[in-house]
Design a protein around this ligand. Sequence first.
Ligand code: ARG
Length: 442
Amino acid sequence: MRQINASIDVDRRLAPQDLAGSRAHAAMLARQGIISADDEASIQRGLDLIEAEIASGAFVYDAALEDIHMHVEARLAELIGPAAGRLHTARSRNDQVALDFRLWVREACDRVLAGLEALQRALLNRADEAADALMPGYTHLQSAQPVTLGHHLMAYVEMFGRDAARFGDARRRMNECPLGAAALAGTSFPIDRDATAKALGFDRPTANSMDSVASRDFALEALGAGTIAATHLSRLAEEIVFWVSPGFGFIALSDAFTTGSSIMPQKRNPDAAELIRAKVGRVLGAFTQLTVTMKGLPLTYGKDMQEDKAPTFEAFDALELSLAAMTGMLADLTIRREVMAAAAGQAFSTATDMADWLVRTLNLPFREAHHVTGRAVARAEALGVTLDALPLAELKALDPRITPDLADVLDPARSAASRVSYGGTAPDQVRAQIAAWRARLA
Ligand code: ARG
């Protein structure tokens, strides 16, 4: 029973939140005349001592005391005597743990928000430098049209921006204080829930005492936002993995973010990127685990809910580390402009530009232009040349009105520069998006 019941190995991480909650609760109890000022002073002094013991490593943890709440209360009694017993007036471990966990998740959201912003800034810096660096744009991982690396990186700035918005929303919704719900029904003591909510940085107290102790959707929401963010991280990580592979060679990672092989001396492996690619499993795992734990639970508190913390802690540890590693890796990597630019012109990547030229210059319907271009590509492929190296006679055989001007639009740099529609890949558009994001983050 002791083994299955104890949560101290996990919830000892809640000590700072538990102490903060107890300080606010004790101060409120004294202000409301529920405990004496002397008792409150002893309690606050005792909580300070416990905080120092935890910081110095002197605090003793014992599975027999179950969880962090019992540990603090028991040690407080040893330190200050009977006054310790007054701290738990008008409070239950049910609202206490709901508060502690909510405070922890709120802080985790703030750390993730800071991490997302740092990552966006790293992306913006590299995007700025690569606003006109050509690379192949892909669909189906087949070379589609030339784009710029700046444009590609800015796609992630958008994704991480929405992730930040999701965390911001989740944080706003969770910012209500459950303390004072007591076991489940509220309390007969004249507590001041607005005061404790304010002292702990909440917007207001939660409005229903049963919901307060029974709900963990604040954590689910943060884990949901985290799962999506980790998914975005894994996509960027995967792209980095193949960008550094010899087949691509678009970028090089520094020694700081790669490891050597124990047998093959020539290898530098992108381990950080691979690990980021994998970490999403932990975050989604935590979301799944907590969803299944909460599913079908009758109101209000059930000990099942003690299982909420381990996955949540693990998920946020993974997410925060992934954000930091990705930010460092981006700041550090080398962009190989010439390799990317050469690849951008391969695989008939400007075929769409030829079709567009036929529409614009010869007034062909797009479908027919598409067809003519397809035949040009087939001829070029058969002759083993690029589209712009196709002899004019070959082109004239497809449509006699084709002139040498066509060659101009087949240049990948011109192709990218021509995509000037809002949100398009033209370097000026990319620079405008970078400026807009910089202003947004400022
Ligand atoms: N360790 C418990 C948890 O994490 C604290 C709440 C215990 N409440 C109770 N009524 N047994 O959920």
